[in-house]
Design a protein around this ligand. Structure first.
Ligand code: UPG
Ligand code: MN
Length: 534
């Protein structure tokens, strides 16, 4: 790779930093004064008649708030913003030298996560402005649903038209659902593709209503045999499945350009064996993709989050291909953004404090958290520390790319079996972490504790848009899950975890721990609103 380093990105410190620090300094003494005041009241409580327990509990409450405030100061200590210049990438790397990119899309339940939406997420990634022969999309279906499988078979056909349409018309929103909801073109080609999309959607929806894929939807003997398999198992007990829906070497779009690989998989499940939720799914994806395409760069996407800007992978490459960062850069995180809740975000459903303000604060220390989606990883980071020269033994991602042969598929199927990870380091020192249900925070934190760095990439045009939970029940459920998970990390006994990790700076550790302590506040308190710095 001819790498004459042209500036691919810049970093700017927030101009409010001195003010933030001065404010924190003054506030610190104010907090000390309050605590001192309470403390002296507790000590001298002899004559006022107010019970000692009341002053003592106020003191404890004040101390908890003081600790929360103190640990949260990390987000204001050195917030930074970065800018990247993807147009300069071509001065340092040729298009055919771009690294391969594997995109992981996870889905778990066709009734909570409608297959049409999952398909739109995958299509928006397949249509990235990235060489299609270097791009692969893997879908992990933890719901093991014939409905999701059917939706992806339909998507593979639709992609032949959708991808060239997006590229020819220079469309930015490449999730068909989002595109047709916002655009209003009436020319022939738009109308034609819209009808195709609606037709696909109706076919998927009609299967959804029936709850199975009916005979009239199946066009070949092969498809019919495939769906027969589904009749024999349930979502909690079933064997591993891998279906190659599109193969770059063979499949072309209507204009003759190769399509990206599109691979559906569902790991083996047994009701007696723990499957480790999303982290388990991601580790399965890591193994299977390692055998099939083994791309050095991986993008993780939740099925409810679509791409809003096709240039996103090139933006991530501005960091991942920078030789001065390549050694220890684990991931490039794009913030989670949620459109369409309401203009001023009066319900704080966009969680800006968590995804934007804290993220910028961490970005200036030693890197943002991994937030589970919209994150480009260096595959190497899952298999050791930055300095480990070779991959660990259990790692199979150094398999040579021999194309998708029968023997590779058999090996890949074996790696999806539910006992495969027993006695290995998957979920601890290899891959995504199992210890906590917030596998994202835990994995990012663990990588940083091992010496890896991360970068926050926050372009003006949001890179990904997702669905925030809309009902109170969903919000409470999600918040409870996050709180429990963060406590699991904060109070972890692991030597490189919790409040004890020494490999990251103390200000960063403070901020990480503040997340464990104050998520409810960030979400529901005034911290949930966008309030800026200072
Ligand atoms: O057993 C499971 C459970 C979930 N998922 C997938 O995980 C993703 C996230 O799940 P969701 O229910 O949408 O959780 P959220 O609370 O909205 O997700 C946030 O919090 C999670 C846990 O910290 C992160 O994994 C997510 O990336 C982050 O967006 C979805 O694509 C699911 O399909 C699986 O693949 N298998
Ligand atoms: Mn979600």
């Amino acid at each position: 790779m001819k790498m004459k380093m042209k500036c691919l990105h810049t970093l700017k410190e927030d101009p409010l930093i001195p003010f933030n620090r001065f404010h924190a300094f003054v506030y610190f003494f104010a907090v000390l004064a309050v605590v001192y005041h309470r403390f002296s009241l507790v000590m001298n409580d002899t004559s006022s008649g107010v019970p000692f327990s009341m002053f003592a509990s106020l003191l404890v409450a004040e101390l908890v708030f003081a600790l929360q405030w103190f640990t949260g100061q990390g987000s204001k200590w050195r917030p930074v913003t970065r800018r990247e210049f993807p147009e300069r990438l071509w001065e340092v790397v040729e298009e055919k030298q771009l690294p391969k990119l594997d995109v992981f899309v996870c889905t778990a339940d066709p009734y909570k996560e409608p297959p049409v939406n999952v398909v739109c997420t995958a299509l928006s990634a397949m249509a990235f402005d990235y060489p299609t022969d270097r791009l692969s999309v893997y879908v992990s279906d933890d719901g093991c649903s014939e409905l999701t499988m059917f939706a992806f078979m339909e998507a593979a056909k639709f992609a032949r038209h959708w991808l060239p349409f997006c590229k020819d018309n220079n469309i930015l929103v490449r999730s068909p659902e989002a595109y047709f909801n916002t655009s209003d073109h009436h020319d022939h080609s738009h109308q034609k593709i819209k009808i195709m999309y609606q037709d696909m959607k109706e076919r998927i929806d009609s299967c959804m209503k029936r709850g199975f894929v009916s005979e009239d939807m199946i066009i070949s003997q092969k498809e019919s045999e495939l769906f027969m398999e589904w009749k024999r198992f349930t979502r909690r007990d079933h064997p591993s499945i891998i279906e190659i829906l599109l193969e770059s070497d063979k499949d072309k779009d209507v204009s003759g350009v190769p399509l990206p690989n599109l691979i559906y998989l569902s790991r083996e499940k047994s009701s007696k064996i723990a499957h480790n939720f999303k982290a388990g799914a991601l580790n399965s994806l890591l193994r299977v993709s390692g055998m099939i395409t083994n791309a050095p760069v991986i993008l993780t996407l939740d099925c409810d989050m679509y791409s809003n800007d096709p240039s996103t992978p090139l933006r991530a490459m501005c960091y991942l291909l920078d030789p001065s960062m390549a050694f220890d850069l684990a991931y490039v995180q794009f913030p989670q953004r949620f459109p369409g809740i309401n203009g001023k975000d009066i319900y704080a459903a966009e969680i800006k404090h968590l995804f934007q303000i804290n993220a910028q604060g961490l970005a200036g220390l030693c890197g943002p958290n991994y937030v589970g989606t919209g994150c480009f990883f260096n595959r190497r980071c899952f298999f050791g520390s930055p300095s480990s020269s070779s991959l660990q033994n259990d790692a199979i991602c150094d398999a040579k790319n021999e194309g998708i042969s029968y023997s590779i598929l058999q090996k890949a199927l074996h790696s999806l079996s539910c006992r495969y990870e027993h006695g290995t380091k998957w979920g601890s020192s290899i891959g995504f972490q199992y210890e906590s249900i917030v596998e994202d925070f835990n994995t990012g934190y663990r990588l940083q504790c091992r010496g890896w760095r991360s970068v926050l990439c926050e372009p003006e045009r949001p890179a990904f848009f997702g669905d925030a939970p809309m009902s109170l029940n969903d919000v409470l459920g999600q918040t409870k899950r996050w709180c429990v998970g963060l406590y699991e990390v904060g109070f972890s006994r692991s030597p490189t975890h919790g409040f004890t990790c020494t490999l990251i700076s103390s200000s960063q550790r403070m901020l990480k721990n503040s997340l464990s302590l104050s998520l409810e506040d960030q979400r529901f308190g005034n911290g949930g609103m966008s309030k800026g710095y200072g």
